[in-house]
Design a protein. Structure first.
Length: 131
């Protein structure tokens, strides 16, 4: 005769143990934070993207050499598109960044890649961090 705790389920499984295990995995995953690797001193800045032309995304006077990451926060009320060329930032290939949204772009620090932004409405304030 099987153990009494198996008799509660028609399929013979103790569902309470399975549910408890799933809850433990969910809590464990929620407690795990993704580390941020910083290889160069971070630089913070603000760029204004308009609908008239694409703007180069950079936190300082020029793109940060050896950057591994760029974090772009759209602080405006307009959607912005970002892309690896000024054309991409306008059309279908551009990555949309909605108002209030933050987008992270990762780079190979040995390859210089420019990123452009273009507002899909009016003047859009973008907070840019390069690291």
């Amino acid at each position: 005769m099987p153990d009494s705790h198996f008799l509660n389920e028609p399929n013979g499984f103790d569902m309470s143990r399975i549910i408890s295990g799933i809850k433990d995995l969910t809590l464990e995953a929620a407690d795990t934070k993704t580390p941020i690797t910083i290889k160069v001193a971070p630089v913070h800045g603000v760029v204004t993207a308009t609908s008239a032309t694409s703007v180069l995304l950079k936190a300082g006077g020029s793109e940060l050499a050896g950057r591994t990451k760029m974090i772009v926060k759209n602080s405006s009320r307009f959607q912005v598109k970002i892309g690896a060329s000024s054309g991409d930032a306008i059309y279908q290939l551009g990555i949309p960044v909605d108002p209030g949204q933050t987008e992270t772009v990762e780079f190979d620090p040995t390859v210089a890649v420019s990123v452009y932004a273009r507002s899909q409405g009016g003047a859009a304030r973008l907070e840019v961090t390069e690291a």
